[in-house]
Write a protein that binds this ligand. Structure first.
Ligand SMILES: [Zn+2]
Ligand SMILES: [Zn+2]
Length: 248
């Protein structure tokens, strides 16, 4: 199983990275985790849109889903269109939410080259067993664990401190964890993790390695890495566009 980071800028597209988007591949099947602004372009730079066989949305904040609209334009109007219809997994109401962004003709045919499906606790997506856990955030949000061939990756999505995330990530090979905040004792509850908290979640879950992501462009990534470092003993690094990790 391979993780390819397409975008890792937190809360918005940054000057050097798209917003959240990660391609997980195994056995020729590509599962895209989140599709934030700028990720459709990054998909062309680092991979190929035809490598996406399914799309999974952790939640419906704009920085995690809006480039589904860009993808859909490519799927219908690019020289290689029409692209195969792909499933899009997300919270309840994903189709209605994305329709408002895409603004199809009232009463017209569905404009989507995808089928919307609501998250279940566990589902098979191609070669992947994919489990979700609801996590605390300012919208309905899920952490996502992807398993294949005895290996696993767990993506926090956007979350505040969460025992559900620790449980979902138990023994995972790689925890891809958001680190939006600089640590403080009076952080707003149930919104995001600090870099220290991301590392503490990796340690509590017994993760094999930690990748810090979703660092907003107004934060210093090196400071976030330094904050996390003492709190997780395993290998850890910052996500960056084009980063590939073979999870084996
Ligand atoms: Zn976000
Ligand atoms: Zn969010």
């Amino acid at each position: 199983m391979e993780l390819l980071v397409l975008g890792c800028s937190g809360s918005a597209c940054g000057p050097e990275s798209a917003a959240s988007s990660y391609l997980v591949r195994h056995d020729g099947f590509g599962l895209l985790l989140d599709f934030g602004p700028g990720a459709f372009g990054a998909l062309h730079r680092w991979a190929d849109p035809t490598l996406v066989d399914a799309i999974a949305l952790s939640h419906l904040h704009p920085d995690h889903c809006l480039d589904l609209c860009a993808w859909n334009v490519g799927a219908q109007y690019s020289p290689t269109a029409p692209w195969p219809v792909v499933p899009v997994y997300g919270p309840a109401g994903t189709a209605e939410r994305l329709a408002r962004a895409y603004e199809p003709e009232p009463g017209g045919q569905s404009p989507w080259r995808c089928e919307f499906r609501t998250w279940a606790g566990s589902q098979q997506i191609g070669p992947f067993t994919v489990r979700t856990a609801a996590v605390p955030h300012s919208a309905e949000a899920y952490a996502i664990r992807v398993e294949a061939a005895g290996h696993s990756l767990t993506y926090s999505g956007d979350t505040g401190p969460s025992t559900a995330l620790v449980d979902l990530a138990h023994g995972t090979d790689l925890l891809l964890a958001e680190a939006s905040f600089t640590h403080a004792e009076d952080l707003p509850a149930g919104i995001h993790l600090s870099a220290r908290q991301a590392a503490e979640h990796a340690a509590a879950a017994g993760a094999g390695q930690l990748v810090l992501t979703h660092i907003p462009l107004w934060q210093d990534p090196q400071a976030q890495a330094a904050e996390a470092a003492p709190h997780f003993a395993g290998p850890q690094q910052l996500a960056r566009p084009g980063l590939r990790i073979d999870i084996a």
